[in-house]
Design a protein. Sequence first.
Length: 359
Amino acid sequence: MKSGKTKRITTTIEDETNPQFSFLDKKIVYMLSSNLYSWDINSGETQQLTNIGTTSNNFGAKQNGGKEEQWLRNDQLQNFDVLRERKAKNDTSNAYKKALPKEKALRYLFVREGSVRGLSISPDGRFVSYRAFKPVSTRNTIIPDYVTETGYTTDISGRNKVGAEQGISSFYIFDRERDSVLTLPIDAIPGIKDLPDYLKDYPVAFDKKKKENANRAVSVYGISWSPKGKNAVIDIYADDNKDRWLMLWDMNSNQLTLLSRQRNEAWIGGPGINSNSIGWISEDIFWFQSEATGYSHLYTINIKTKEKTQLTSGEYELHDAILSENKKTFLSLPMKFIPGKNISTVWILQVVKRKRLLR
């Protein structure tokens, strides 16, 4: 391993804001300028894995001049020996380069509008997922802060108003093996056309939406790969915040199969109801949290048999369960709700025996 290469790569990564690292075989995968690169630990070789950009890929296009420019170019070559010699050398060099075997260029993935977010790669290196996010200009609320060190009232910038237009997010999966970009079959999501109950209080709007019979807007919060990268679960939320779907993605047919649907007419959310509290116990067993009972609890599902198991139950909620590296125990912070106070204790839950241990 050459120290020069190592130093150069380290300096480059440190200049990147919030770098993300993962491992692919014996390589370190990191993100730089909205693209993925791998660094071979043994050889020190760096390889670009994706070529995603937000500008049209017209670099290096030849500029076609008019007849006057062509005549001037020919006249210059006729009158200057040094220009003729320079052109002959360039022509020879270009001919040699064209004769060399060419490496397959990375496909350029053009994001027409917005920015690239959520870039990740499957454990086997075949699939790359990413989101193209287009923000919208909204006006934020202003909160006056009266208690300040200076004695002067200052403004605190808050979030925008509830119901304001949100940004648009599109999810893509790039198959590096087939050199193709896939979009999810949203029509296959159960209940994608279901309208929220509150619309019934507004008959005109409700009838209009019912006649349109359109798919609701959704956003992909993340994709979770099994340890060997043979299976993937996609975490999808309705933009109206009434539904959350955990869908098994078939990478060969690009089909979605429902594993869990959580619906709440008020608001989907709660402790552990996010893409941080999902994952794999084995290649076939997927775990997640759900408020199906009214409390956030831990569940597993066998993606082959679709058998679902509830690991915890009761009038308490788990906060962001963490699975151990050996896949045998969960670490969580349950909250018991008792009038007047909350009681919390760090718990360790054994996956195999399904026995709670208080510590």
